[in-house]
Ligand binder design. Structure first.
Ligand SMILES: Cc1cc2nc3c(=O)[nH]c(=O)nc-3n(C[C@H](O)[C@H](O)[C@H](O)COP(=O)(O)OP(=O)(O)OC[C@H]3O[C@@H](n4cnc5c(N)ncnc54)[C@H](O)[C@@H]3O)c2cc1C
Length: 383
């Protein structure tokens, strides 16, 4: 076994880290306070390859492996949760289904959205009445009318909708229901009848735009069907396997940032005549943080490695996502504890990290759903 990153991966990690430190991290607080999306940084991400993490070179991607892709999202998470979520959603949700299932015609979107010169990609699965239960709950429907799909319904919580070229939309194409009744359709955001709601007011991740989307007789050509008709649920689940590595990676990055702030603070802050780093209670918190981050990162890289080998990785991605997201919440909580009252202050970044981390156990499948996925695999049962 070899636990080291290879030379290429190390160089990539350093390049992304340096970029994030210069172009993303300094604006994280501003993004949180104003809700402004940091387009300036995104424009520069195109040439670096950060907007095409899962895209093959022939369609404009950087041609990196899945571990390197996870590393990039982790570094973004270290720099800014909002930016990390936007870029993870663009790569993992907005581009991957086209890479996996798109026709040659549809793949023409890929160089466009990965260049940094245009808007990004997004995926709309969740609805006001359906999140975890997409199969039973999706009501947005698409009906064939001549050579077009007519789409009606509404979606919730769509990351990047307002900064996207298109929204890949999960729709019901067979009103009879069942596991083969859903399909994915690419809907350009300038399609008449499509309304993107105002940005949702959220607990954290203020610099990552999230929107409701309304479809009122939206018409797109039949060729905008992505993959196979009736395979939308299957395509969604395999897209989410990869997306979960992304959410796990953001979580490891957020936790790493909180841990670094906590260790630095513990060395400087004095209590009872010595740095609090010399207090065993603080040392134990730091030791637990370091151990949990290491464990999460190892699970994450293993899941990414399996993906890269072309081996099944559904369970490992669910384990990595569940463990890393719950770990990040705890690490951010303890980093606030190490900072005492200052940890609770908006003058310090810890409370932002804590708010940003809170989403991670919910988005792209809640912790409860991850446990369900893992239990299914270990029990080898359908339920
Ligand atoms: C900031 C943000 C960004 C998002 N971005 C996107 C996006 O880009 N695209 C998109 O499609 N969606 C997005 N989402 C939606 C997100 O994926 C859903 O919120 C999530 O999947 C949970 O669905 P829900 O909110 O409907 O909760 P529900 O499914 O209603 O769940 C409510 C509770 O019940 C539990 N539960 C449900 N079913 C089970 C079960 N079978 N067993 C045990 N417990 C269960 C859940 O774990 C949860 O605790 C985003 C959400 C947020 C907050």
């Amino acid at each position: 076994m070899d636990f080291d990153l290879n030379e290429e991966q190390r160089m990539w990690q350093k390049a992304v880290h340096d970029f994030v430190e210069a172009e993303v991290r300094p604006f994280a607080r501003e993004a949180d306070e104003t809700g402004e999306f940091n387009w300036k940084a995104v424009r520069k991400m195109g040439p670096l390859g950060l907007l095409g993490l899962n895209i093959p070179e022939e369609y404009g991607g950087p041609g990196i492996d899945a571990v390197s892709a996870a590393i990039a999202i982790e570094e973004l998470g270290w720099g800014c949760g909002s930016m990390a979520l936007a870029i993870a959603a663009h790569n993992g949700l907005g581009s991957t289904p086209i890479v996996l299932y798109g026709s040659e015609q549809q793949k023409k979107w890929l160089p466009l959205v990965s260049s940094g010169q245009n808007k990004l990609g997004s995926l709309a699965l969740t609805e006001p009445g359906a999140g975890s239960d997409l199969q039973g709950g999706v009501r947005t429907k698409a009906e064939k009318d001549g050579n077009e799909w007519a789409i009606n319904g509404s979606k919730m919580w769509c990351t990047n909708a307002s900064i996207a070229e298109y929204i890949i939309t999960l729709v019901r194409t067979d009103p009879a229901g069942g596991s083969r009744s859903l399909s994915m359709i690419i809907v350009p955001t300038d399609a008449p009848g499509l309304t993107i709601g105002p940005p949702e007011k959220k607990m954290g991740l203020h610099g990552s735009p999230t929107h409701a989307v309304i479809y009122e007789d939206v018409r797109v050509p039949l060729v905008n069907l992505l993959g196979e008709e009736g395979k939308g649920l299957h395509q969604t689940l395999s897209t989410l396997d990869g997306g979960r590595i992304g959410i796990g990676a953001i979580s490891v990055g957020l936790a790493q940032a909180a841990f670094e702030y906590a260790t630095n603070y513990a060395r400087e802050r004095q209590a009872f005549g010595k740095p609090i780093a010399e207090l065993q209670a603080i040392q134990w918190m730091l030791a637990d943080m370091a151990t949990q981050i290491e464990a999460a990162r190892t699970l994450l890289y293993k899941a990414a490695w399996l993906k890269e080998q072309g081996r099944p990785y559904t369970m490992e991605a669910a384990m990595a996502k569940m463990f890393a997201t719950e770990m990040a919440e705890k690490v951010c909580r303890d980093a606030i504890q190490v900072h005492g009252g200052y940890g609770y202050s908006q003058e310090y970044p810890l409370e932002r990290l804590y708010r940003d981390a809170r989403l991670m156990t919910i988005g792209e499948g809640t912790s409860e759903i991850q446990r369900l996925v893992i239990a299914r695999q270990v029990l080898k049962m359908e339920f």
